[in-house]
Design a protein around this ligand. Structure first.
Ligand code: FPP
Ligand code: MG
Ligand code: MG
Length: 381
């Protein structure tokens, strides 16, 4: 049973905004080409967890009560967005079915919801989900995935070429919406995220190349994994938290705190993800379990196990490709305390995330952020 009064549902504090999220995203993705329209919107159908927009919206509310930057008066974004440029000029090439004159205009976002969340911050929440979804479309091609969120993955349903193009299309539309916020620092942050996602994926891919000399575990092994994890997962969460505080006109200390929260939460989130790949079944996850070893990937549970069991080096070197390798590696990981150490490290990051915002003024949104950090390490899906 839940302890009464103690737990806040983080979703509830931004429920109105979350209700409009998918509809707004689908508007941003409107295309006159029916088949592109279908594949681009495909991952918006099954309800995802929308963790990133949820965090952005909670951060927007929580930082609203924090000190403002001194230069606030001069900042055009502090009062919403600059609408001085005619949307027609820019959007003439967009199909009318996409409602071109208004699709990117934050003034068109529903009025309902919390007045302390700016239209630009709501749009940012949508942009983070778009970038995330684009990366999933590409990721499923790279990983040869067959399912995502309990349904066939886009690459299976539409083919690799369509899935790649759809991902590119999402990035394009995310970029237009981002540019429309008229905040160069925020554009720079989110553009860096896109580069970081590719860098993280690249580091991971490099790591799946065979190394017959049976590598040894070293401290760098874990550092490489953590750097990759930052780029692949935590960069989007941390930089969008930072962007959310910037759009709200928060002072430098608040902006840094928002970033630190996102970074630590993102690292905790991915560590748990990598742990669940060992501890949960495919049916429970909605995507194949044990997928990382099959892909030749050594994630945190295996790295901690490897530190204790040097023989794992041979399997890591040949990327678990030999008959029985995946099964053997899995057994060794589950026999070691690799899973437990991964959980402990995730817990550490989750606590760092909480302490980063500990000095924020008390609010429901702040409690929501703390609850998110708590939930991240408790989740089993
Ligand atoms: C999911 O990881 C994948 C990511 C978080 C990022 C993947 C990044 C790219 C493919 C680079 C291209 C980026 C863009 C923005 C187009 P996972 O495979 O561990 O998770 P999964 O189990 O959900 O598939
Ligand atoms: Mg994948
Ligand atoms: Mg992947």
């Amino acid at each position: 049973a839940k302890d009464k009064g103690m737990t806040v549902d983080p979703l509830r504090t931004v429920a109105k905004e979350m209700k409009f999220l998918t509809g707004n995203i689908r508007k941003l993705l409107g295309s006159g080409h029916p088949s592109l329209d279908r594949v681009a919107k495909y991952y918006t159908q099954a309800e995802g967890k929308h963790v990133r927009p949820l965090i952005v919206l909670l951060m927007s509310r929580a930082t609203h009560l924090c000190p403002k930057a001194a230069s606030l008066e001069n900042s055009p974004t502090s009062r919403g967005i600059d609408t001085s440029i005619s949307p027609i000029q820019i959007l003439a090439d967009v199909n009318p079915s996409a409602n071109p004159l208004t699709a990117y205009d934050t003034k068109e976002l529903p009025e309902e919801g919390n007045p302390d969340i700016l239209p630009s911050q709501r749009r940012l929440a949508e942009i983070t989900e778009l970038i995330h979804t684009a990366s999933l479309l590409h990721d499923d091609v790279i990983d040869h995935s067959v399912s995502r969120r309990g349904s066939p993955s886009a690459n299976l349903e539409f083919g690799n070429k369509m899935a790649v193009l759809a991902g590119d299309f999402l990035l394009g539309r995310a970029s237009v919406a981002l540019a429309r916020l008229r905040n160069a620092e925020v554009v720079e942050l989110l553009a860096t995220v896109i580069a970081n996602l590719v860098e993280g994926e690249f580091m991971q891919l490099k790591n799946t190349e065979r190394d017959e000399r049976s590598p040894k575990y070293s401290e760098e092994t874990l550092q490489y994994y953590l750097q990759k994890t930052y780029l692949k997962t935590a960069s989007l969460i941390s930089k969008s938290c930072r962007a959310s505080a910037l759009l709200g006109g928060a002072d430098a200390a608040t902006v840094d705190a928002a970033y630190s929260y996102g970074r630590n939460l993102g690292l905790a989130f991915q560590l748990v993800d990598d742990m669940l790949d060992y501890t949960r079944s495919g049916a429970e996850l909605g995507k194949p379990a044990g997928a990382d070893l099959e892909l030749g990937l050594a994630t945190a549970p295996l790295l901690f196990a490897w530190k204790q069991i040097p023989e794992l080096g041979a399997l890591v070197g040949r990327k678990f490709e030999q008959e029985g390798d995946v099964q053997r590696a899995r057994e060794l990981v589950l026999q070691s305390d690799g899973v437990e150490q991964t959980r402990a490290l995730a817990q550490e990051y989750s606590e760092k995330a909480m302490s980063a915002i500990a000095h924020f003024p008390e609010s429901e949104a702040k409690d929501g952020l703390l609850e998110m950090a708590h939930k991240t390490i408790k989740r089993n899906k």
